[in-house]
Design a protein around this ligand. Sequence first.
Ligand SMILES: [Fe+2]
Length: 365
Amino acid sequence: MKKFLSYLLPVLLCIAMGWIASLLQTSALIEWYPTLNHSPLSPPAYIFPIAWAILYVLMGLSIGSLISRGDMSLVKLWLFQLLINFLWSITFFALRSPFAGLITILILDVAVLTYIIYAFARRALAAWLFIPYFLWLLFATYLSGYIYINNFDSTYNAYAQTAPATATKSITYTLPPLRYAHDALAPLMSSETIDYHYGKHLRGYIDNLNRLIVSTPYEGLTLDQLVVQSDGALFNNAAQVWNHTLFFDGLTPSQGEIPDGLEHAIVRDFGSVEEFRRQFTQAANSLFGSGWVWLVENDKGELSIITTTNADNPLRRGLNPLLTLDVWEHAYYIDHRNRRADFIEAWWGLVDWEQAERRMLHNQQ
Ligand SMILES: [Fe+2]
């Protein structure tokens, strides 16, 4: 009985700590985390709670295997790493600070590695039970580092120009109004998806943009100018506002036929509407990680399909976007979980072809 309790109590403690941590993470996981640029290697969001639940149990069994033999020598170190693990949830998610989160997880890596080394000297089983946790932490450290560098470090963007155009007065960027009701796209896109994707995620990018732009040389630039000229976190948020504005503007609850001018250009450059749709769908399904699929027009009026990763935007390549599909997981996880293909299929039924044609600069029809 004593032996059983020496396993059970640490496992229960881990589960309790993990449960409290998950409560602290809830709002950030829904509102903030899905709006960040993630590594292409980042697994779907539903993997995380499953992985953590397994790892917490293994973590408890590890110290239990030592306590059951009367060895209490690593209990303090074990409790320390559990505390740092909890602190990581607070810094990264509750405080929404990827930098503090990165520092915390680096400390956790060292603490867990130290535990494993000492545990091997006492009972190999205790060490082996910690190995999956350590490997997962190394992966999480990489993901955290990627998030920090690609969302909050202003030095990463290779496209950026150095001198912004001069602007005379500041602009407050606002949520662009939808041309349809939140529930008008159902059942192809639910009102809950619109509430989150438009009401929380897009609003989050706009709030970040308004906060980040203060006292920078970019104040007062239009969104188009910002997308072409800015870099780092400012670019990410400005481009995500631009991209989402086109995405939501390109949806309609009452889809009509493809207008003649656009259809003519699609048939000319893709062979047929079916072939265009096939190529676009394939590009959307095969885009790795977070990004966007675009129907774009070049300066000669020729149409093509391109994909961009994270927040990147065709304006930076001198192309005119007509239509875009958001394939960030946050665009479809409420309605379709991880099934991107289902989301793409539903989206085809919502495409506003007239809006796409209105954006053509070279309509030869
Ligand atoms: Fe999105």
